[in-house]
Design a protein around this ligand. Structure first.
Ligand code: SIN
Ligand code: MN
Length: 266
């Protein structure tokens, strides 16, 4: 899948692109069910909220067939290779739960701030791709983005170790207010299967989820191979150190997997 010139212009200008209906209901249903079983397992890659509810599951593309296919899917890999003009590898892979009733906040931050400070990534030549597994609505903690906030590099940030179970380099309110004066805030919503790509310096965050509706989103972070991380400090299931280029699978590989998955369940 290739982006049009208009999509590339929009990405450069606004810092994000939303592509509804990228994956079919069958493809996403299989991923959603697998995500729930992963959250039910007791393994270090499954990170929990202070309440015990799942917050995120790292690196499932390495041990789960469905997420392995998603992590090498041409609908995700090819547009990023197109934008960067080179092959990409997986820097991080996570399935964020934003659990019904218990999903906690992600404070305002820039991801490249973390990749640079914690992992020694040289440039913001890495892309976040969000794949909606549940319907994302305006009430269940959608990801909020500050359009155009990707143009001024990395802002000063504080290392917040206490608000949630997950340490994060967060921006102060004054900075966020100034950026929002310029770009506003958007929170793309939509059905499972929607995809959102956003720049590593784009400011984003999300509120807690107190509704009965879970909001699972998978995030791939695809890094240009030449931009491999130089000073890792985190476990390699959080910030991977296998810099081999991803070889995309066939476009219908996940669809065939989903068909077999449904038949096995019947
Ligand atoms: C993130 O910023 O890495 C995750 C935010 C979210 O899932 O709401
Ligand atoms: Mn983030």
């Amino acid at each position: 899948m290739q982006l049009s010139n208009e999509q590339i212009r929009q990405f450069d200008e606004e810092g994000y692109l939303f592509l509804p209906d990228c994956f079919s209901p069958d493809e996403v249903a299989a991923l959603r069910e697998e995500a729930v079983s992963i959250y039910d397992t007791d393994r270090p890659e499954v990170w929990r909220e202070k309440s015990g509810a799942p917050r995120t599951a790292f690196a499932a593309h390495l041990y789960n067939e469905a997420f392995g296919l998603l992590g090498a899917h041409p609908r995700l890999i090819e547009p990023v290779q197109q934008l960067f003009g080179e092959p990409v590898y997986m820097h991080q892979f996570k399935i964020n739960a934003k659990s019904a009733f218990d999903g906690e906040v992600w404070q305002w931050h820039q991801d490249f701030g973390t990749w640079a400070r914690d992992d020694g990534m040289p440039d913001p030549k890495a892309m976040n791709i969000a794949v909606f597994l549940d319907e994302v609505t305006h009430i269940n903690g959608p990801l909020m983005l500050v359009p155009r906030s990707h143009k001024e590099g990395v802002f000063e940030a504080g290392h917040d170790l206490s608000t949630t179970s997950y340490p994060l380099w967060t921006l102060d309110n004054e900075r966020v207010a100034k950026l929002v004066d310029v770009g506003g805030i958007v929170a793309p919503t939509g059905k499972p299967g929607g995809v959102m790509m956003f720049h590593g310096n784009l400011v984003h965050g999300s509120a807690g989820n107190i509704t009965p509706y879970p909001r699972k989103i998978v995030y791939l972070t695809l890094n240009a191979v030449s931009n491999y991380i130089r000073k890792p400090t985190r476990p390699d299931w959080i910030a991977h150190q296998d810099f081999s280029p991803i070889v995309p699978v066939a476009d219908d590989a996940l669809m065939h997997y989903a068909q077999r998955y449904r038949q096995a369940a019947e």
